[in-house]
Structure formats: structure tokens, C-alpha cells
Design a protein around this ligand. Structure first.
Ligand code: SF4
Length: 428
């Protein structure tokens, strides 16, 4: 089956009823009930449970206009203005499921802030960049970014279930809502076959999980057929924004491509619903190691208790907190950015205060294309010859005496062995 095409997605959005195209898809086999009728918001009261839990229905009925959203959410003037100007920047598109998580009366709801455009997006700061991570200049063939020696980023679609207002790839996503062309994919394969140092491919976009299983399987199979590609990874937000997509059929298909890992984009503990728990558990049961990626966002998750709650909830659903990103310098996103110090303080309040498995690495993706740079609180207080002084998570100081004598044992031919000692200076 071909990937979702423009015509698939241009079915008129309707509040109720079933688009006739649904009959074309084998939804019975794929369907996973994750939410019951009672949990479906009143706006969709005529929608059946079966439709609500069908990812294609969710995708076709994404909220994309001001008029639709006004019927569900009490929009503020800032949001109305933002939506009116979002076309041609980063379009509004939110799955009914993700809308159902929004607080209809509180504009500071973290789900709402992430997905509904606001007037602040029209403000461009001096530091804003079209391509903040310098991906385009590191792209040897369309759709591929090759920055680090042993791994590449493969952008296989520009479509997402929900467009995040802080998206670093807003220059690309949502423009055509199509997957990589066959011609470009063949170019990518040719490049990867030639570059034998590449051992790891991260599939991203857009969201790779919006491709139909058959198309995604074809892409993964062609990559797996290249012997030096050891690891395949998928970067996705779908388990959070469209958990209905994680079907038994998808998991069964992905299992064929181990070792395959998944990085899931989480932002706030409110995103961890029963549907998301079910989706992550199914992926983990499929043997897929799951890690989280979280963008640090002002007014959404920039407080230590919120981040702590998020990382704890993630571990409970078998997702290992992996990265917290300093918000990139994408156009019109200054209102989302915190200081770098905010991220360091959050790590400070996690390290030692909770299990190490719960602590992600805080990174700044260097503007212009320097890659991810880890940033940590400073635990090394001083460094002298033969002595390091550290502070622990409570601020207490501890000395670690460094060795400056190394003993060598030279094996002797006879029964006797003699120990020779040599002084080796360790430079501070
Ligand atoms: S899911 Fe990722 S690529 Fe898509 S809009 Fe959000 S941040 Fe951008």
C-alpha cells in the first residue's frame, strides 16, 4: 500500500460521520482499543469508539482551522491571531486525540501551548535561524544529513500528526505532507552503500511512523540489506500525539529489523495517558529499546518538579529519559526559549535526587551545525596535582586522591618474579 497521499489527507474534515475512504483500509485487523467512548470529548460525541481508536481516522480528522478549534477550545485573542497567521509558516494541525488532552479554558495548558499557534510566533528575534542546526549544509543528497562520521539522519517524510510550535525543522515540516520520493531514496541508498563508515541510521522527518506499514517496511528492509548498517533508529512523536498508530501490525513489522531503537519526543507529564502507556508497553514488548527526547520550553516544562514527574512517569512506561534539548533558534520560537542555566538547574535537581536511569543528558545543539554538546552542572570543584575535589548533590565536598605511582609487574622466565616500581607523573 502506498503511503498516505495528499488525496488521502484532503478528505473534508468533518465533525462526525465516516469518510467513505475508511472502507479501503483493513482497520479491523489493525485496530487497538485504547480509549473508551466515555473518554471521547463531547465535540466528537457521534464518533464511534472504533473510529476514534483508528489512527487513519484521527489523521484525517485533524483540526486544522480556526473555526473548528473555536468550537472546542475557548481561544484567546493571542491564539486567534497566531492561528490566522500560521499558514505559510507552520500550519496548524492537531489530532482529535491530542486536542482532547487540552484544557479548553486555560490558555496556559501545556498541551495547548505546544500545539496552538500564538501571536508571539510572528516575532522574529535577531538570533532566529531558518536552519538552526545547520542540517542543509551537511546534506550530501536530498533527505540525508551526514554530520557525524558513523551515523546519518534520514528525513523520510515531512508530515507529523501534530505540528509542534517550537519545531526546529519548521522550514521543512508540513509543507507537502509527503514521504521521500523513490528517486531520492535510491540516491540515499547509493550514498550509504558507498560510505562504509556509516553504521547507524536515524529515521526522522516529519514523523516516520505516519508512513503506512508497507512503505516503512520497504524502507527499513532496503536499509537492513546494507551490511555495514548495524543500527536503525526511529525518531518519533507519534506514540504521544497519535498513540492509536502503535498497532500490533506495526510492532510485528518493526520487530523484523532489530537492533532497532526508538526515540520518542515527550514534553510534559500530562501527555502520559492510558493510550500512551499502552502504546509504549506494546513497543517495549516488541523488544524495541525506548528513549525520550524533550525540548526545554518556557512556561511548559522548565520547572524541576515538572521534569522530575515526567522522567519518573517515563520510566514507569519503560521509556528511558535520554535527552533534554535546549530549545533551538528556530524562526519565531524565542518565546519558548529558556536560559541554558535553567536546564543546568533542572539537571542539578535531578542528579542524586533520583535514580540515575531517570536522568537525561542536557544538550545544546550548537547553532549552525556543531552537533550536540552536553552541559552538566559542575561537580568538579578543584583539581590539583594528585588531588581532585568534588561536590556531591547536597553540596558537600569530597577529595579524591589520584594515583601517581603505577606498579609494573614484569613476568620472569624462572619461578621468581620481581616487582619493579616506577614513578609516573600524572599531569593535572
Ligand atoms: S513532531 Fe518533531 S518534526 Fe514534527 S512538528 Fe513536532 S518537533 Fe517538528
Amino acid at each position: 500500500m502506498e503511503p498516505a497521499s495528499d488525496s488521502d489527507l484532503s478528505v473534508p474534515l468533518r465533525k462526525t460521520g465516516r469518510p467513505s475512504q475508511l472502507a479501503l483500509f483493513p482497520i479491523e485487523e489493525e485496530r487497538v482499543i485504547s480509549e473508551t467512548k466515555e473518554s471521547i470529548p463531547p465535540y466528537w460525541k457521534e464518533v464511534t469508539e472504533r473510529e476514534w481508536n483508528d489512527w487513519r481516522w484521527q489523521l484525517r480528522h485533524r483540526i486544522t482551522t480556526l473555526d473548528q478549534l473555536k468550537e472546542i477550545i475557548q481561544l484567546t485573542p493571542e491564539e486567534i491571531e497566531g492561528i490566522k497567521h500560521s499558514k505559510g509558516r507552520l500550519a496548524l494541525a492537531v489530532t482529535p486525540y491530542f486536542v482532547s488532552l487540552m484544557d479548553p479554558v486555560n490558555p496556559n495548558c501545556p498541551i495547548r501551548r505546544q500545539a496552538i499557534p500564538r501571536v508571539e510566533e510572528l516575532h522574529l528575534s535577531k538570533s532566529d535561524m531558518v536552519d538552526p542546526c545547520g542540517e542543509d549544509k551537511d546534506s550530501p543528497v536530498p533527505g540525508l544529513v551526514h554530520r557525524y562520521p558513523d551515523r546519518v539522519l534520514l528525513l523520510i517524510t515531512d508530515q507529523c500528526a501534530v505540528y509542534c510550535r517550537y519545531c526546529t525543522r519548521r522550514r521543512l515540516v508540513g509543507s507537502t505532507e509527503r514521504s521521500i520520493t523513490q528517486g531520492n531514496f535510491e540516491e540515499v541508498l547509493k550514498y550509504l552503500r558507498k560510505n562504509r563508515k556509516v553504521r547507524d541510521v536515524l529515521l526522522s522527518g516529519g514523523d516516520p511512523l505516519l508512513l503506512e506499514n508497507e512503505r516503512l517496511e520497504e524502507i527499513l528492509s532496503r536499509l537492513r540489506a546494507i551490511p555495514h548498517l548495524e543500527l536503525l533508529r526511529i525518531g518519533t512523536r507519534v506514540p504521544v500525539s497519535l498513540p492509536q498508530r502503535i498497532t500490533p501490525g506495526l510492532v510485528k513489522m518493526l520487530k523484523k529489523f532489530h537492533p532497532l531503537m526508538m526515540s520518542i519526543h515527550f514534553t510534559h507529564p500530562k501527555e502520559i495517558t492510558d493510550a500512551v502507556r499502552r502504546a509504549c508497553n506494546d513497543l517495549a514488548d516488541g523488544g524495541i529499546p525506548l528513549g525520550s527526547q524533550t525540548v526545554l520550553l518556557k512556561g511548559i516544562n522548565d520547572k524541576a518538579p515538572i521534569m522530575k514527574k515526567l522522567v519518573h512517569e517515563l520510566l514507569k512506561i519503560r521509556v528511558r529519559p535520554y535527552y533534554i534539548y535546549q530549545c533551538d533558534l528556530a524562526m519565531g520560537t524565542e518565546h519558548f526559549r529558556t536560559s541554558v542555566a535553567t536546564g543546568i538547574q533542572i539537571i542539578e535537581k535531578l542528579r542524586g535526587h533520583t535514580t540515575g536511569y531517570a536522568i537525561p543528558t542536557f544538550v545544546v545543539d550548537a547553532p549552525g551545525g556543531g552537533g550536540k554538546i552536553p552541559v552538566e552542572p559542575n561537580y568538579l570543584v578543584s583539581r590539583e596535582k594528585g588531588k581532585m575535589v568534588f561536590r556531591n548533590y547536597e553540596g558537600k565536598l569530597y577529595e579524591y586522591p589520584e594515583p601517581n605511582i603505577i606498579e609494573f609487574r614484569k613476568p620472569k622466565t624462572g619461578r621468581e618474579e620481581k616487582v619493579s616500581t616506577k614513578k609516573v607523573m600524572i599531569h593535572p
